[in-house]
Write a protein that binds this ligand. Structure first.
Ligand code: FES
Length: 166
């Protein structure tokens, strides 16, 4: 074997080994990064509190643990919702809002005395029913589907909405 052939041979072996090692290391990492994109979003309802915990006409913050497809989600799966119990006790007795502002996602605060939600980041303001009162938010607060089962309020699981929904 001439020195040139040996050099070419070694060069090709080096490239092949590099590609093999990169694949060995890269494929599992890439798989872990992309896997959440192909998993079905969480579905189903989760209990948040007893209906009796919400007084008529009061808006209250509740904490929930969102179902997460990632076992290591840890504290990032903990979230909160604003639950508004309307004055009337009809079939639409509740409104359940995600805490995140629809502008850039900051958590909004309920101001009970003024009956508005305020976003601390850029001054977004929402009325009690979640509609925009002022500031940069492009749409009302995202609402969660809810249902009452017995004396419990249940809320549908969902990932944080990042695009306009129905
Ligand atoms: S994030 Fe709420 S107004 Fe910008």
């Amino acid at each position: 074997m001439s020195p040139l052939d040996r050099r070419t041979f070694l060069s090709r072996i080096t490239v092949a080994l590099s590609v093999f090692i990169a694949g060995l290391v890269g494929v599992p990492i890439l798989g872990n990064l992309l896997a959440p994109l192909f998993r079905a979003p969480p579905d189903g309802f989760v209990e948040v509190a007893k209906v009796a915990d919400f007084a008529l006409g009061v808006t209250k913050l509740v904490s929930i643990r969102d179902q997460s497809p990632l076992a290591w989600a840890g504290q990032t799966a903990d979230t909160a919702l604003w639950v508004r119990r309307r004055e009337d006790a009809g079939p639409q007795m509740f409104q359940v809002f995600n805490v995140n502002c629809t502008h850039l996602g900051c958590p909004v605060n309920w101001q009970a005395s003024a009956k508005i939600f305020l976003c601390p980041c850029h001054g977004g303001v929402y009325y009690a029913d979640g509609t925009v009162a002022g500031g940069p938010p492009p749409r009302p607060l995202f609402e969660r589907e809810w249902q009452v089962s017995g004396d419990r309020l249940l809320v549908r699981q969902q990932p944080l909405p990042t695009v306009k929904q129905g």
